[in-house]
Design a protein around this ligand. Structure first.
Ligand SMILES: Nc1nc2c(ncn2[C@@H]2O[C@H](COP(=O)(O)OP(=O)(O)OP(=O)(O)O)[C@@H](O)[C@H]2O)c(=O)[nH]1
Ligand SMILES: [Mg+2]
Length: 447
């Protein structure tokens, strides 16, 4: 009987195309390694090759392919008769213990080949034939991580949709696949049947998601016109660490890619009047699969309705500029480029003075800080508050005695500067965002 090893071993494969320099290529493979580790696999080696593109039928040149196959124990050629291994990625990945100690001594023959590019289904098949290992591409790894980390019902539905869309074109005939079924679906091959099931399931998920989203739209509109700031940025940049520091909350912080998948909202501490809501959001990554971008649109909408976006960047990462560009382009894709934003260069405790000066010169408007330094966090809080102060206007509201019920709403959404009583009712001098004031006026008009 086959026993599953405690930690599956994986080998990384990357192609360096002419437009990618050495640093970016190394960083990309390193990031892939961290993604693979997040999946619970152990990286035992890397095979890298310079090529013009990533479109070749088995990705690598024949020499490199043989080299890779020697490591994995495959034939090294794409023999048409060779049988591709049966897909066991999902079963394995469910079982793989995350963060377990590497297994030493045992044969470390990699059972997974993980490619740092998006592959076509036929490239995956060819590589599997040549290597005898199971092949996953970057997209497959990301989809799998999202699948495992999703917590809320909305995130789970969104990720399952993205995953099915990724899996459907990659389905292959399982062994003995030509067999025909009896009963419902008779005449269809297992493959057709699987594809039809996926289509049905996708339709079902879409309905469920719409229902959940109607619900969250409702909750969102209740938060409209509040003072809201959203932390956005590349995965592992330190968004959740800042969220914790700014709001005193216990959101998950981990040295792991995609630790956060759901938007959380907490109140800026110490609390202000009106209070400021801070949202922590899902991180971005290069080559974020398009379906995942689309599926996270609604999770991110929450953040996009913020008045201020803080672009959190890990300034200690040599590729931080590329990471910032990824964040900007995903936000453009979901239509958020018009929201006012501030650049926050985080992890400055890891940056020496020379580099600090260079960063400050290059990004004169950026906030340089460390999420781990309370005085830095407090300065960021002041910046957030100053941003909202500048947007606020003063106004006078008259609450007739019949509408006293609204007083709580007034105190929640604007700052009350003074309060007097006359024959018309309570006269409040207030300061708040124009949107919040307009909403209060509407509520006052329709008691
Ligand atoms: N040295 C240093 N480490 C930091 C700083 N901020 C965050 N980190 C570390 O960076 C890692 C990632 O932090 P998170 O706050 O989880 O990052 P995130 O942006 O929320 O990541 P995702 O949720 O994966 O998108 C953790 O190990 C943090 O302790 C900082 O200012 N300095
Ligand atoms: Mg996080």
């Amino acid at each position: 009987m086959e026993t599953t090893p405690p930690i599956p071993c994986a080998i990384l494969v990357g192609i360096q195309t002419p437009e990618v320099d050495d640093i970016a290529h190394q960083a990309s493979l390193e990031e892939l390694g961290r993604l693979v580790k997040t999946l619970g696999y152990k990286v035992v080696g890397t095979v890298s090759q310079r090529r013009e593109g990533t479109g070749a039928s088995a990705l690598l040149g024949s020499g490199k392919l043989a080299e890779l196959a020697a490591l994995t124990g495959g034939p090294g050629v794409v023999a048409s008769m060779a049988v591709a291994p049966k897909s066991k990625a999902s079963r394995r990945s469910e079982n793989a213990a995350e963060n377990a100690e590497p297994e030493l001594g045992a044969s470390n023959k990699p059972e997974f080949v993980i490619v740092d590019h998006e592959l076509s289904p036929s490239q995956i098949r060819n590589l599997e034939r040549a290597t005898g290992a199971e092949v996953l591409d970057r997209t497959g790894v990301i989809v799998e991580i999202f699948h495992r980390h999703a917590n809320t019902r909305e995130a789970k539905l969104q990720v399952e949709m993205a995953r099915l869309k990724y899996v459907a074109p990659r389905l292959r005939e399982s062994s003995g696949g030509g067999e025909r079924r009896q009963g419902p679906g008779a005449g269809e091959s297992t493959l057709d049947l699987d594809r039809r099931k996926i289509r049905d399931r996708l339709a079902e998920l879409k309905d469920q998601l719409e229902a959940v989203q109607r619900d969250s739209d409702h909750r969102r509109s209740a938060r409209r016109d509040q003072l809201r700031v959203a932390l956005v940025g590349y995965t592992n940049a330190g968004k959740s660490s800042l969220m914790r520091a700014l709001t005193g909350s216990e959101v998950l912080v981990e040295d792991k890619l995609f630790a956060t998948l759901d938007t959380t909202i907490r109140i800026l501490q110490p609390e202000t009047r009106p209070r400021v809501l801070v949202s922590d959001t899902v991180g971005f990554i290069k080559q974020l699969p398009h379906d995942l971008v689309a599926s996270f649109r609604s999770t991110l909408t929450e953040a996009l309705e913020a008045s201020l976006l803080l672009f959190v960047v890990d300034a200690s990462d040599p590729t931080y500029e590329a990471q910032l560009e990824v964040t900007r382009s995903v936000l453009r894709e979901i239509g958020a480029e018009t929201v006012p934003s501030r650049l926050v260069l985080n992890k400055m405790d890891r940056v020496d003075n020379v580099r600090r000066a260079a960063l400050a010169e290059k990004h004169p408007d950026a906030v340089l800080l460390s999420a781990h330094r309370p005085e830095d966090v407090s300065a960021l809080r002041d910046i957030i508050i100053a941003f909202f102060e500048a947007a606020m206007v003063e106004d006078v509201l008259v609450l007739p005695y019949a509408t006293q019920g609204l007083i709580g709403e007034v105190y929640d959404s604007v700052r009350v500067l003074s309060e007097e009583y006359d024959e018309a009712g309570r006269v409040l001098k207030v300061r708040g965002l124009p949107g919040a004031l307009a909403r209060l006026r509407r509520s006052l008009a329709t008691p």
